[in-house]
Design a protein around this ligand. Structure first.
Ligand code: SAH
Length: 469
């Protein structure tokens, strides 16, 4: 970051605005949102600014300007409309040790005004370091849509109740209380105009010592993190991450995704990867359940979809055995993302009418899969955890009668900066994986299309007609 966002305390401070025309008025309107005292340095003021002075909200200094005019100000805006004069005034302000913003001259600025979404006391500031003001406005529009117009009043009301909550709601239930307040009935009521009802819902919950139904109750969410890219998470997954008290994640989860979590959420790396578990599954089961039983919101973040080769069954069972509420938040599985990355559908009408998600790495001691059935004609086979078993897979599929010329496409690290695509025939799978240094994580697709039927139809037009009729 070349700039750093901070919220400046403005109550009772002075903001000096050099200029008396429209540019100065724009800055004045912005500063009127604060409780700062405005000071205009200008020969003359346009009517809007003169009215501010008349109302006592601002002061006006006409005549010569020296360093003293800026002394002690929280901020200075230089907006005379004359570039030469602006540069000279910026020099004076800086000599007085004041943070300066000069209209339309980024090179002379110490600070830049962000795009603001104002739900005072909730304020969102958006900046792009001047690189993309249009983007900042787009983000602002999205935020404006997301945050209902009355939200500021609700936040202020919640702020007034903080002390009562601290007194009446035990510490362990406080986060749950505020989560309820900001995402359930109170906020909804307030947003729809029922301000009194919202306030009484809050007061009742405070008197009862916590939010209704959620007092200290833990939850485990098995959340699908998708294949890597953070914009492949679902909105629900992001919401769970932002509400989590603790997040257990493993090796395939991209750090980008973790950035979506609350800053003070605890993050625990459980380091599982194919064939090598830093933490045995039973330990993971035990710690997530123990955390939830303390009333914490637990996210068990898993790559792709938790329900596909994700050991979700063990975690669901462990939670249910202890009576802990557990849910699955689905994610984009690696095969879907890999198909998308290839720009190709996983099913192709008339050719492949089924997709099989299979693993190349079964539990030790399990019977070998029936490869002939898994990859029968008409199948797109998506193999997870197959890289290390490429030789065995190739051999087994060929032995099961899948043609050696079948198309194979391998997509590694899909949706990350390391994404890589490799294509070959089935009877070259092992040599290609070895020769090209194909690395985990990767999805290996094997396409085994149905035999074509056009030739048969062409030879029997009468029969086709008869069927159609
Ligand atoms: N639950 C996950 C799968 C976990 S098993 C899902 O639904 O995607 C781990 C295997 O998933 C890896 O060995 C690899 O085959 C596949 N995989 C996970 N992330 C991947 C990625 N970004 N690119 C390609 N394959 C990936």
């Amino acid at each position: 970051m070349k700039t750093f966002p901070m919220f400046l305390a403005m109550a009772g401070r002075r903001v000096v605005i050099a200029g008396g025309g429209e540019q100065a008025a724009q800055k004045a309107r912005l500063m009127l949102k604060t409780e700062a005292k405005l000071v205009f340095l200008a020969e003359t003021l346009e009517d809007e600014l003169a009215a501010l002075v008349a109302s006592g909200r601002a002061e006006h200094h006409a005549g010569g300007v020296s360093v003293d005019a800026f002394a002690g100000a929280a901020l200075a805006f230089i907006a005379t409309g004359c570039p030469g004069r602006d540069a000279a005034l910026a020099g004076l302000a800086r000599a007085a040790g004041v943070v300066v913003n000069v209209v339309d001259q980024p090179g002379l600025c110490d600070a830049y005004t962000p795009s603001i979404v104002d739900r005072d006391p909730l304020v969102v500031a958006i900046g792009t370091e001047g690189a993309a003001p249009v983007l900042a406005r787009q983000v602002k529009t999205r935020m404006e849509e997301m945050l209902e117009p009355r939200l500021g009043d609700f936040v202020a009301m919640a702020g007034r109740m903080r002390e009562a909550v601290a007194r009446r709601v035990p510490r362990a239930g406080r986060r749950a209380f505020w989560r309820w307040a900001f995402s359930e009935a109170p906020r909804r009521l307030h947003a729809s105009g029922a301000e009194r009802e919202a306030a009484s819902a809050l007061k009742q919950a405070i008197a009862a010592g916590g939010a209704p139904d959620v007092q200290g109750e833990g939850l485990i969410s098995l959340v699908g993190a998708g294949p890597g890219a953070r914009d492949l998470l679902t909105l629900r997954a992001v919401q769970r991450l932002q509400e989590a008290d603790v997040i257990f994640y493993d090796r395939l989860v991209d750090p980008e995704v973790l950035e979506l979590a609350r800053r003070d959420a605890e993050r625990v790396f459980v380091g599982k990867e194919v064939g090598a578990c830093a933490w045995p599954q039973e330990r993971i089961d035990a710690v997530i359940v123990a955390a939830a039983r303390k009333g914490r919101r637990v996210v068990r973040l898993k790559s792709g979809d938790p329900g596909i080769f994700g050991r979700a069954t063990e975690e669901l069972a462990a939670a249910r055995a202890q009576g802990v509420t557990v849910e699955i938040v689905p994610g984009v599985t690696a095969a879907s993302a890999a198909g998308a990355a290839m720009g190709r559908s996983l099913t192709e009408r008339g050719e492949t009418d089924r997709v099989v998600f299979a693993t190349g790495t079964c539990r030790e001691g399990d019977a070998a899969p029936d490869w002939g059935a898994i990859c029968a004609p008409g199948t797109t086979l998506a193999l997870y955890m197959g890289v290390r078993k490429a030789g065995e897979i190739e051999h087994s599929l060929l032995c099961a009668g899948v043609p050696g010329g079948s198309e194979v496409e391998i997509v590694c690290s899909v949706s990350t900066a390391q994404e890589r695509h490799v294509a070959c025939r089935l009877d070259r799978l092992a040599s290609t994986v070895a020769g090209q240094g194909v690395k985990n994580p990767a999805i290996i697709f094997v396409r085994h299309p149905k035999p074509r039927v056009e030739a048969l139809d062409a030879a029997q037009p009468a029969r086709r007609l008869a069927v159609a009729g």
